[in-house]
Design a protein around this ligand. Structure first.
Ligand SMILES: Cc1cc2nc3c(=O)[nH]c(=O)nc-3n(C[C@H](O)[C@H](O)[C@H](O)COP(=O)(O)OP(=O)(O)OC[C@H]3O[C@@H](n4cnc5c(N)ncnc54)[C@H](O)[C@@H]3O)c2cc1C
Length: 478
C-alpha cells in the first residue's frame, strides 16, 4: 500500500494534523496501534484549554498554547464538539507567591490574554469553597474545558470524509528508507509513504529512533485523579489552580464538560509507558495538596480514580522538528501539557513546517456532519423525537440517562463505536455512578446486534479483551 503522507498516532495531535492536512489533494493514512481514536494520553488528562499565560517566554508551548486557545471556539463550532468556557482561578495563598503571580500577569498582558485580579472576597462570591488561606485570585476567563477524545474523534471523522484512511490496531514496528520515501513495517504489513509525521505520544522517541538516532527520550510522568459524580457538580464552577511551581501546575479542581469534577493530577516519573495504575500515595498526595486551594472537598462523591502519563522530555518544551537529514520525516516529541490546548495550532505549525507540494482540493469539508445530539433537545423536543424514533425512549444507562438510540447512532457513524469502551467514550454509558455495573451487558447486546457479531466476540477495548466467554442471552431490555 502506498500513500503520500502517513501519520503515526491517532491521539488529539494526529487527529488535528489529519483534519488540517486533509484539505490537500493527496493520499493520507493514519495508523494507530490502539483499537480506537485517542486511547492513550489524549484519554486521561485534565482536558483544559489553558489560556496560555503559564508557559515560559520564547517556548513553542507559549506560542502554540496562546494560538490554540484562540482557535478552539471556531474549531469546536465546526466539528460539533462541546467546549465550556468555565474560566480559571489561580489562587495565591501566601505573600511569597506574589513574584510568581506578577510574572503570570506580565505574561498574560504581553500575550493579550484576558485576565482580572480579584480579591479573596470577590472570588469567594463565585467560589465559596476556596481555601481560607486564599489572599488573591488571578482570573483567566478564556480558559476552557473540552472532551479531548471527542475533539480528536470529530476531527478525524472530517478527515475521513475528506478521503483520509485510518488503520487501527496497526502498530509500527520498524521503518526503513527506499527510493520513494519510507517503508513502515507494521502489524498489518508494509506501508510505503513519501512523508511520515510521527506523533506517537509516549512512544514518539522510539519511532524517531527507527529512522535517525535522537538523543531525546520520553520520560513518562504519571498524573492521577479522583472523579466526582454529578452530585458534586457545584463544588467549583471555575478551574481552580494553585500558583504554579517549577514542579508544574499543581493540584487542580476541574469541572468537566459533563458536569463531573476532576481532582488532580500529581506528577510522578514512572519510567514505564504502561504504568497507568493509581496509587494510594499519589491519591493521598492529591488530597493533601488540594487543601491548599479549596476546602469542603466532597471526596465521598468519588466514583472513580484514574491515571494518565505525560510524554515529557528533558527540555520541557514541545519538540517539533524534522529527523536529522530527512526532509520528509517529522517528529513531534514531548507533547505534554499544554498539548491539548495547543493541538489545533500544532497542526497549523506542522502544515507550515512541511511545506507540502500538494494542491489544496477544490472542495473539502471543515464541518462535521454528525451534529445531532439527543441530549441537547428540550423535554418537549425529546418527546416528539422519541415518537418518531422509539429507541431514544429506551434508557440503557440509568445513571447518565443514555438511550439505546444514542448508542446505535454512535455505532453507525464514520469511525463508529465498536467496543464497550468506544461506546462509553462517545455517548457515556458507564461513566455514571454505577460505572457500567447495570448497563454494560445491555451495551454489549446492542453492539453484538448492530455489528452482527456474537456477544462472545464483543470487545471491552483491545483485541483479546472479550467480555463474555459463553452468552446465554440477555435480559431482553436492549
Ligand atoms: C495527567 C495529564 C494531564 C494533562 N492535562 C492537560 C490539560 O489539561 N491541558 C492540556 O493542554 N494538555 C494536558 N495534558 C497533555 C495532553 O494530554 C497531551 O499533550 C496530548 O494528549 C498528547 O496527545 P498525542 O496525540 O500526542 O498523544 P496520544 O493521545 O498518546 O496519541 C499518540 C498515539 O500514538 C499511538 N502509537 C504509539 N506508538 C505507536 C506505534 N508504534 N504504532 C502505531 N501507533 C502508535 C498511540 O496508540 C496513541 O494513540 C495532560 C497530560 C496528562 C498525562
Amino acid at each position: 500500500m502506498k500513500y503520500n503522507i502517513t501519520i503515526i498516532g491517532a491521539g488529539i495531535i494526529g487527529s488535528s494534523i489529519a483534519y488540517c492536512l486533509s484539505k490537500y489533494d493527496c493520499s493520507i493514512l493514519v495508523v494507530d496501534k490502539e483499537n480506537d481514536i485517542a486511547n492513550e494520553v489524549s484519554m486521561a488528562n485534565s482536558a483544559i484549554v489553558h489560556a496560555g499565560h503559564d508557559p515560559e517566554d520564547g517556548t513553542l508551548k507559549a506560542l502554540l498554547n496562546v494560538e490554540g486557545n484562540r482557535m478552539y471556539p471556531q474549531l469546536c463550532e465546526d466539528i460539533g464538539a462541546r467546549i465550556r468556557h468555565v474560566g480559571a482561578y489561580t489562587v495565591m495563598t501566601s505573600p511569597e507567591q506574589q513574584a510568581t503571580m506578577d510574572a503570570l500577569i506580565k505574561r498574560a498582558e504581553e500575550r493579550n490574554i484576558p485576565y482580572e485580579v480579584l480579591t479573596a472576597e470577590e472570588a469567594r462570591k463565585e467560589e465559596p469553597n476556596l481555601a481560607d488561606d486564599v489572599i488573591k485570585v488571578l482570573s483567566l476567563p478564556s480558559t476552557a474545558i473540552i472532551i479531548p477524545w471527542e475533539v480528536a474523534l470529530k476531527q478525524m471523522q472530517v478527515a475521513v470524509l475528506n478521503g483520509t484512511e485510518v488503520k487501527l490496531n496497526c502498530e509500527v514496528k520498524a521503518i526503513r528508507k527506499n527510493e520513494n520515501g519510507y517503508v513502515l513495517e507494521t502489524s498489518q504489513g508494509e506501508i510505503e509513504t513519501e512523508y511520515v509525521i510521527n506523533c506517537a505520544g509516549l512512544y514518539a522517541d522510539r519511532i524517531a529512533n527507527m529512522i535517525a538516532p535522537l538523543d531525546i527520550h520520553t520520560n513518562p510522568r504519571r498524573g492521577e485523579y479522583f472523579v466526582l459524580s454529578h452530585d458534586a457538580k457545584d463544588f467549583v464552577h471555575h478551574i481552580v489552580y494553585p500558583i504554579p511551581t517549577d514542579k508544574g501546575k499543581g493540584i487542580l479542581a476541574v469541572p468537566t464538560v459533563d458536569e463531573n469534577i476532576l481532582l488532580g493530577p500529581n506528577a510522578e516519573e514512572t519510567g514505564s509507558c504502561e504504568a497507568i495504575n493509581t496509587t494510594s500515595s499519589g491519591l493521598g498526595y492529591i488530597r493533601q495538596e488540594l487543601a491548599r486551594s479549596v476546602k469542603n472537598v466532597p471526596f465521598h462523591h468519588t466514583i472513580r480514580t484514574f491515571a494518565g502519563l505525560r510524554p515529557s522530555i528533558s527540555t520541557k518544551d514541545f519538540y517539533i522538528k524534522k529527523a536529522e537529514g530527512e526532509e520528509n520525516f517529522l517528529n513531534l516529541l514531548g507533547i505534554d501539557s499544554p498539548g491539548i490546548a495547543s493541538a489545533p495550532a500544532i497542526a497549523r505549525y506542522v502544515d507550515d513546517l512541511l511545506k507540502l507540494p500538494y494542491e489544496v482540493k477544490a472542495s473539502y469539508e471543515t464541518k462535521n456532519p454528525y451534529r445531532f445530539n439527543f441530549q441537547d433537545l428540550t423535554p418537549e423536543e425529546k418527546d416528539a423525537y422519541i415518537k418518531e424514533h422509539p429507541a431514544y425512549g429506551n434508557i440503557v444507562c440509568r445513571c447518565e440517562q443514555i438511550s439505546e438510540g444514542e448508542i446505535i447512532q454512535s455505532i453507525h457513524e464514520v469511525l463508529g463505536a465498536h467496543s464497550i469502551k468506544s461506546v462509553k467514550k462517545r455517548v457515556r454509558p458507564g461513566m455514571g455512578k454505577c460505572q457500567g455495573g447495570f448497563c454494560q451487558p445491555l451495551v454489549l447486546e446492542i453492539l453484538a446486534r448492530e455489528l452482527k457479531v456474537r456477544p462472545e466476540d464483543v470487545l471491552y477495548d483491545q483485541i483479546g479483551s472479550n467480555v463474555v466467554l459463553d452468552w446465554k442471552g440477555g435480559n431482553g431490555n436492549a
